[in-house]
Design a protein around this ligand. Sequence first.
Ligand SMILES: Cc1cc2nc3c(=O)[nH]c(=O)nc-3n(C[C@H](O)[C@H](O)[C@H](O)COP(=O)(O)OP(=O)(O)OC[C@H]3O[C@@H](n4cnc5c(N)ncnc54)[C@H](O)[C@@H]3O)c2cc1C
Ligand SMILES: NC(=O)c1ccc[n+]([C@@H]2O[C@H](COP(=O)([O-])OP(=O)(O)OC[C@H]3O[C@@H](n4cnc5c(N)ncnc54)[C@H](O)[C@@H]3O)[C@@H](O)[C@H]2O)c1
Length: 452
Amino acid sequence: MAEQEYDYDLFVIGAGSGGVRASRIAASHGARVAVAEEYRVGGTCVIRGCVPKKLLVYGSHFAEELQDAANYGWTVGDLKFDWPTLRDAVLKDVDRLNAAYTTTLENNKVERFLERAEVTGPHSVRLASGREVTAKYILVAVGAWPVTPSFEGAEHCITSNEVFHLPELPRRVVISGAGYIAMEFAGIFNALGCHVTVVNRSETLLRGYDESLRDRLLQITMARGIEYKFNSPFDKVVKREDGCLEAHLAGKPDPLVCDLILVATGRKPKTPGLGLETAGVELGENGEIKVDDTGKTTCDSIYAVGDVTDRVQLTPVAIREGHAFADRVFGGKETTISYDCIPSAVFSQPPLAGVGLTESQARNAFGSNIKVFSSDFRPMKNIFGHRPERGLYKMIVDAGTDRVLGIHMIGPEAPEILQAAAIAVKAGLTKADFDATVALHPSMAEELVLMR
Ligand SMILES: Cc1cc2nc3c(=O)[nH]c(=O)nc-3n(C[C@H](O)[C@H](O)[C@H](O)COP(=O)(O)OP(=O)(O)OC[C@H]3O[C@@H](n4cnc5c(N)ncnc54)[C@H](O)[C@@H]3O)c2cc1C
Ligand SMILES: NC(=O)c1ccc[n+]([C@@H]2O[C@H](COP(=O)([O-])OP(=O)(O)OC[C@H]3O[C@@H](n4cnc5c(N)ncnc54)[C@H](O)[C@@H]3O)[C@@H](O)[C@H]2O)c1
């Protein structure tokens, strides 16, 4: 088929973080672009991920601020919290962003199909309406989907897809998993006054983060009232006649009785039923699309970006991959993405953030040739608020070159502070560079330049 015979230069499946960015940039390079979205423009991050989650974190954090306010001379009176008010305000903001993303596509002349699309060949896609369209290139940016392990009664549990729409705030919540979503929602529900039990099949929470920080989070959240059941896979869930749920855990005689069970046990690439086999696109064991360094799949005309490739499931990464794809294929720019030193954070309460190697990763890579600096401090805000909680910052340094290999922190505003510190780690700065920087006082961030 000659190039001009294609309906579009680019057809993007999925208008989420990666797909919207790729569509917009490809269109700005002059490509004729269309995008299909089966749910809502904006994707997981905007509609049911990062953004509404962060707003719930903000909303729930007032509990702590209001408690502390009396120490600062404020009389706040009777405290009341109304879940529907917060929920609806958050959902309204999601609508605003959904409209903003739609406008961006319109302004860039990207044609939108608000329906599901499936691949039918190397250059063709079928829409749910039955219409078949052709494109020189297809970009698969369909993201991932929550995984629910199969156990009896799993249909009574919810996932992060539903958690933003709860009709009422549950009194008792059981959360399955101890990763990002589990720890963030454990913090939100706990701050809003729900009784929270985190149930995990292993004894590790937040795998991949520095061990001492994870341990600190565990201690602080336990003191705040969150309960943990480790090494406890779900056996079954029973819905009682009174509407309550019983979570039966393997090897435990008594079930946990609760009002809501949130399953947060990971997300899997959303490739089932996508028709990728019709174009010879190979998948990996987890259903992820296999891509080369440029995002190209095993079919020359089909590319993939974001969570569907199951590399780093973070919004800024999907956005970079979408941008780089569009620049490379339609803008003639050779852009490569560096996956080194990607900063990340868990918006737990308190939050945790890290960049670069953890202490154990550094020991694996450098043996004993590393130095570990740490600051274990009680933030001024916590002292004044009569909170015993301590922050912990760690810096991992290559003893041979003095280069900072990683920074890891837990404490108030850790993600905000870490973003700036990540620039230094990415740039390869040394511990001496940190030491040479004058502290900004009084701040928590100053601990970064005071570790000796
Ligand atoms: C609760 C939660 C909190 C999160 N918090 C953070 C955070 O704080 N920071 C962070 O960096 N990341 C966070 N993430 C991860 C982040 O949301 C994802 O990494 C990011 O959205 C991935 O972008 P993507 O473009 O790959 O996919 P998505 O944004 O998921 O977009 C894929 C889109 O494709 C659509 N689609 C799927 N199949 C089809 C089809 N066949 N036809 C048409 N459309 C289709 C979907 O409806 C979706 O809109 C969070 C995720 C969750 C679930
Ligand atoms: N702040 C952020 O950046 C942020 C927030 C939320 C989500 N995300 C992204 O979304 C992804 C998905 O989040 P998540 O919390 O669902 O996944 P996760 O990979 O962070 O955690 C999954 C948890 O489920 C447990 N688990 C896995 N399989 C299980 C099984 N069969 N039975 C019982 N437990 C099981 C794991 O031990 C782990 O504790 C994350 O990997 C992350 O990349 C990022």
